[in-house]
Design a protein around this ligand. Structure first.
Ligand SMILES: *Cc1c(COP(=O)(O)O)cnc(C)c1O
Ligand SMILES: [Zn+2]
Length: 414
């Protein structure tokens, strides 16, 4: 029995379930939300207590749906740096900007937070095999975290998954099935296989514990800011589990009195695939869209967690912004050149959204913003090289180097 959790409740019909480790969706098809006992948490967790905890996501145990006896998972997940970026803030015309580089997780994306949770819950369930379908990062993070914990994995990825992510999967020893089709078809095949063989399910919108893992990113942001919250928190959105998790974390902290203000969420999606943002903008139920963007991690035409994501954006009085692939790649370069942070396309989409909102005058000189970079640029080097270009190439000849510098107008002084 989880002492800090009351139950899991369907976001659609309100039906309540006991929070057993292998919980999936409601019988009505709705997604479950973990309901905490905030009185218990308040009585057991203080800000002071956190100071002596390990620098991983497991420092927030009282706010996570795991048994006291469940061990921390082996890889160091969480406590990624939150950089105060004064130069970029000035460039964009913001009062303050922080960049949370979640590409610094062990398998290089925010998904490690969910996968570590999946591994912890699979262990509680006594499962030895975990499966998932993913555009790449859920897969590689599950493969890595499971390998470290001695669990076997079956992973379904769409054939367009970038090579860096597939290389991770193969290195971590997963059983990888590259599905000839889009993410939707990949998800369907994984579902059929999971039903057939009864593996532990790490599909984020099905397993209600995973967004609880993802919420640790906002718990960290709050702690790293000394519990003083920014006006806005920007994040890229695909299935919607991350933004829903981020909101859950903020509401948890508010409920236990650790923060006294809730930031407004900025939901950033690709122009070529923005079913969640479209639903908000047009105030209509979401509808499927084409998956037409190079930001593979958020190329999700049929979002699996739209209900929770839409609720989170609406409750926070959030802002939606869609960015083109060119704007995404420009943001990648901007983060690289001004912050030294290298994000994958979906990883920098939140920042691309912030930049666009600044240009549109929606955000400005009075606003403080945290932008989460959700995945590392090394996952997809092909697109980075395509947009940032190849280096100059020369033989070992100083005269030619001087000539080339002159030709390109490169100054050799600071
Ligand atoms: C998965 C992912 C997202 C979006 O998360 P969702 O839960 O699908 O909305 C954003 N960026 C990166 C790098 C991701 O891997
Ligand atoms: Zn239900």
């Amino acid at each position: 029995m989880l002492k800090n959790v009351k139950c899991a409740r369907c976001v659609k019909c309100g039906k309540e379930y006991e929070a057993v480790p292998n919980l999936t969706s409601c019988s009505c098809g709705g997604i479950l939300d973990i309901i905490y006992d905030y009185d218990y948490i308040k009585a057991n967790l203080t800000k002071d207590k956190l100071k002596s905890r390990p620098n991983t996501m497991w420092r927030y145990r009282e706010l996570l749906p795991v048994e006291e006896t469940t061990p921390d998972t082996p890889l160091r997940v969480g406590w990624s740096p939150l950089y105060e970026e004064d130069r970029l803030a000035k460039l964009l015309g913001l009062k303050k900007l922080w960049v949370k580089d979640d590409g610094q997780n062990p398998t290089a994306s925010l998904k490690d937070r969910a996968s570590a949770m999946a591994v912890a819950k699979a262990k509680e369930a006594g499962a030895e095999i975990i499966a998932c379908s993913s555009t790449g990062n859920a897969a590689s993070s599950l493969a890595g975290n499971a390998a470290a914990a001695g669990l076997k994995t079956f992973i379904f990825v769409p054939s367009r998954a970038p090579k860096g992510k597939v290389a991770q999967l193969m290195t971590f020893g997963a059983n990888v099935i590259s599905v000839q089709g889009n993410y939707e078809e990949t998800f369907e095949l994984s579902k059929k296989a999971i039903d057939k063989w009864g593996w532990y399910n790490r599909n984020a919108a099905i397993n209600p514990y995973l967004s609880e893992g993802k919420k640790t990113v906002s718990l960290e942001i709050a702690e790293q800011l000394g519990w003083k919250m920014p006006d806005y928190l920007a994040i890229s959105v695909g299935d919607g589990c991350t933004i829903a998790g981020v909101w859950k974390g903020l509401k948890d902290l508010y409920a236990i009195g650790f923060i006294d203000k809730l930031p407004r969420l900025i939901s950033a999606q690709a122009e070529g695939c923005h079913p969640i943002n479209r639903a908000i903008a047009e105030n209509k139920p979401w509808e499927p869209m084409e998956e037409n963007t190079l930001a593979d991690s958020i190329a999700v035409g049929v979002p699996r967690n739209a209900d929770k994501a839409l609720m989170a954006i609406r409750e926070s009085n959030g802002i939606v912004v869609n960015v083109t692939d060119e704007e995404i790649m420009a943001a990648q370069k901007l983060l690289g050149t001004t912050c030294g942070v290298f994000g994958e396309p979906a990883g920098v989409t939140g920042t691309a959204g912030v930049k666009k909102l600044c240009e549109q005058g929606v955000l400005g000189a009075n606003d403080t913003v945290v932008s989460v970079v959700t995945g590392n640029g090394l996952k997809d080097v092909a697109n980075a090289i395509k947009f940032c270009g190849e280096p100059m190439s020369l033989p070992n000849d100083l005269d030619l180097l001087v000539e080339e510098f002159t030709k390109r107008g490169i100054k050799t002084e600071a």
